[in-house]
Ligand binder design. Sequence first.
Ligand SMILES: [Zn+2]
Ligand SMILES: [Zn+2]
Length: 116
Amino acid sequence: MADCDLCGVGRPTLCPVKVHDPRVKTQYPAGTWRNLSEECLNSCYEANVSKIPSDAKKCDLCGTRDEAMYKVDVSVPTFGEPYSRAETRAICESCLAACEESYNRRQAEKEEGHHH
Ligand SMILES: [Zn+2]
Ligand SMILES: [Zn+2]
C-alpha cells in the first residue's frame, strides 16, 4: 500500500511520475519519482488541457516555487461522510508535462492489456 502524493489516498498500485524537485536537485539531477493515484493522474492530465492558472506559490508535486502554477482538482479521502472532499492543488508546468507522459504511458499499458 502506498499513498498518493497529491490527495493522500492509499492504493496498492500508483502511477509513477518523474518530477524535478529543486530541493534534491544536486542528489538527483535526473529527477525523482512521485506516485499518483489514477484519479489524480487523470485530473493532472485534464489540468494540462484546461491550464487554469493558480496563484499558488509552490508546486504541490515537486516543490518548485515562484513559477507558473496550474489548478488541479483532486478528491481527498476523509473518514466521515461523504468520504471525500473536493480540493484544489497547484502544479507547475514541468510536472504537468511529467503527468501527461505518465498518463500516456498508462493508457498505452492498458491498450497492451486489452490485446493479451
Ligand atoms: Zn490522488
Ligand atoms: Zn512541479
